[in-house]
Design a protein around this ligand. Structure first.
Ligand code: PEP
Length: 257
């Protein structure tokens, strides 16, 4: 089954609203009419509006980096799915930095995925093992558990509206990426396999699953030539316009789209 590559830039806690708009304008000019891949920019919450204005009229998607599962209420500092719905397209859920520093659990990830879907947002669901788990040989078990938990009680139709990012925690921001073959194996066997067990092989084959963790222009091709890898979630390199543009173009070339 043909799956359109998807590449997202996770800008994390970087860029003021003005700086973010400037960076988004460069991507709007260089990547705004790309059709062979879905390209999504995920700035901090406060920059979503300025980035939205900067990419207006282009094909670029706009993603938040988190949300709360409740629609509204006494949750100081939080942002809900209905607040993002209708103008944001995507939302990152369960990023390892949120699991590590902000108490995100498999259960809250599941609630957030459901909230995003209910508001018509595309969840970018992040899973991945820590260095300790990797060294203990627990990658398969951890990734299967996280995937299963995130998709618990979803319908196959809803699952098909999500995308997944496999991000080994030891590869995020470390400059030490996984190998293409290693990431492909985890994605194909553990993640796509779990989606298949939950929803059937048709849903699993259609779902786009990408790799994230120290992706650069130099290594993106190694990932994109793998049959089960459908794109990248890019952190550090997405803040450098030339690097992110090169990553998107190389990804498209590698998939032959
Ligand atoms: C990320 O934040 O999701 C990420 C993969 O970061 P980096 O590309 O910097 O490793």
């Amino acid at each position: 089954m043909k799956r359109i590559p998807v590449l997202a830039g996770n800008w994390k806690m970087n860029k003021t609203p003005t700086e973010a708009a400037d960076l988004a304008k460069t991507f709007a000019a260089s990547l705004g009419d790309v059709t062979a891949a879905e390209v999504v920019l995920c700035p901090p919450f406060v920059a979503l509006l300025t980035v939205q204005a900067a990419i207006k009229g282009t094909r670029l998607g706009l993603g938040a980096q988190n949300l709360h599962w409740e629609k509204s209420g006494a949750y100081t500092g939080e942002i809900s799915a209905p607040m993002l719905a209708g103008w944001c397209t995507h939302v990152i859920i369960g990023h390892s930095e949120r699991r590590q520093y902000f108490g995100e659990t498999d259960e809250t990830v599941n609630k957030k995925v459901k909230a995003a879907l209910a508001s018509g947002l595309t969840p970018i669901v992040c899973v991945g093992e820590t260095l300790t788990q990797y060294e203990a040989g627990e990658t398969a078990e951890v990734v299967k558990r996280q995937t299963w938990a995130a998709y618990t009680d979803l319908s196959a139709a809803d699952a098909a509206r999500t995308v997944i990012a496999y991000e080994p925690v030891w590869a995020i921001g470390t400059g030490k990426a996984a190998t293409g073959a290693g990431a492909n194996s985890v994605i194909g066997i553990q993640i796509r396999g779990t989606i298949g067990a939950l929803f059937g092989s048709g849903t699993a084959e259609g779902l786009r699953i990408r790799y994230g963790g120290s992706v650069t222009p130099a290594n993106i091709t190694e990932f994109m030539i793998q049959p089960d890898i459908d794109g990248g979630l890019v952190g550090g390199a997405s803040l450098k316009s030339a690097d992110f543009e090169a990553i998107v173009q190389s990804a498209i070339k590698a998939k032959g789209s």
